[in-house]
Design a protein around this ligand. Structure first.
Ligand SMILES: C[S@@+](CC[C@H](N)C(=O)[O-])C[C@H]1O[C@@H](n2cnc3c(N)ncnc32)[C@H](O)[C@@H]1O
Length: 259
């Protein structure tokens, strides 16, 4: 890896390589050991880092239930996996064949990899997509709260790169903060990991992945109410009743390699 840059393979073939500027390669390194605590401390009372992670994990588990089976299982890539919290929650699922985690933070990957020793499924970890063979492709790719850490002018390259690693028929799941939401802007402003980030709007996300060659399947805004309250039916109802409007603090989207 040359200073400040990583070299990545792009969609069209092994011969095509492009240099993209390496985004803060160690920005998360100093938080890795205490990620959950530091993240939690930046939030107001009643909000915990774990609640947001469990919500994302719950969404993936639901998705696995409806789109995959033990016989037609998924190789899963979590791009920007951090310390591997979502991967750990997927490791026992019968519809998961293998787990791959990529994160530019070496310290985060170290923790994720150590934890994966207890996984019953094959797993692999790296700091960039280029750490894996260009032939390595997945049925399910996750990118949760990662794209806002990537400089706006590098997002299209990243979207195309990730799209190129989806098998035909495979799905890409994105989760991001909603820049229209004052609550999201407050959370981002208070979070030490998020200094200097540029949030992306849902329309930008849709355009990036569509330009990368993926078909947009669905979008919803979530977290009009805090995740904790959504255990109670009236709050859950409110959240799902407002999912079409940009009121929630986050949004989540599903894309498919449908060509
Ligand atoms: C806010 S954390 C989210 C972690 C995890 N996905 C979650 O939802 O809990 C963002 C993660 O993305 C990683 N990241 C940011 N830009 C990246 C890039 N260009 N390549 C790989 N990882 C990246 C960071 O190192 C960090 O671990």
């Amino acid at each position: 890896m040359s200073a400040g840059f990583i070299t990545v393979d792009v969609a069209s073939g092994p011969g095509d390589r492009v240099q993209i500027k390496d985004m803060k390669p160690t920005a998360f390194d100093r938080f890795a050991k205490n990620y959950e605590r530091i993240h939690g401390e930046s939030m107001p009372p009643l909000l915990e880092s774990r609640q947001f992670m469990e919500q994302k994990l719950g969404w993936v588990l639901e998705f696995l239930e409806t789109h995959f089976t033990a016989e037609a299982s998924a190789d899963v890539l979590d791009f920007g996996c951090g310390v591997g919290r979502v991967l750990a929650g997927l490791s026992d699922h019968p519809s998961v064949r293998s787990l791959t985690g990529i994160d530019e933070s070496a310290e985060s990957i170290k923790i994720a990899e150590a934890q994966a020793k207890s996984f019953s499924k094959p797993s692999g970890f790296g700091r960039a997509v280029a750490d894996f063979s260009i032939d390595r492709r997945y049925e399910l790719i996750l990118a949760f709260n990662v794209f806002h850490h990537v400089a706006p002018d590098q997002r299209a390259t990243l979207a195309a790169l990730l799209a190129s690693r989806l098998k035909l028929g495979g799905y890409f799941l994105l989760w991001e903060h909603n820049p229209w939401s004052p609550a999201a802007r407050y959370l981002v402003k208070s979070c030490p990991f998020d200094k200097g980030v540029t949030l992306l709007k849902r329309a930008e996300a849709e355009g990036l992945l569509a330009d990368g060659g993926l078909k947009h399947i669905s979008s919803e805004f979530v977290n009009v109410t805090p995740p904790l309250l959504q255990k109670f039916p009236p709050f859950r109802w409110l959240d799902s009743a407002t999912s079409a409007w940009p009121l929630g603090a986050q949004f989540r989207m599903v894309f498919q390699n449908a060509d």
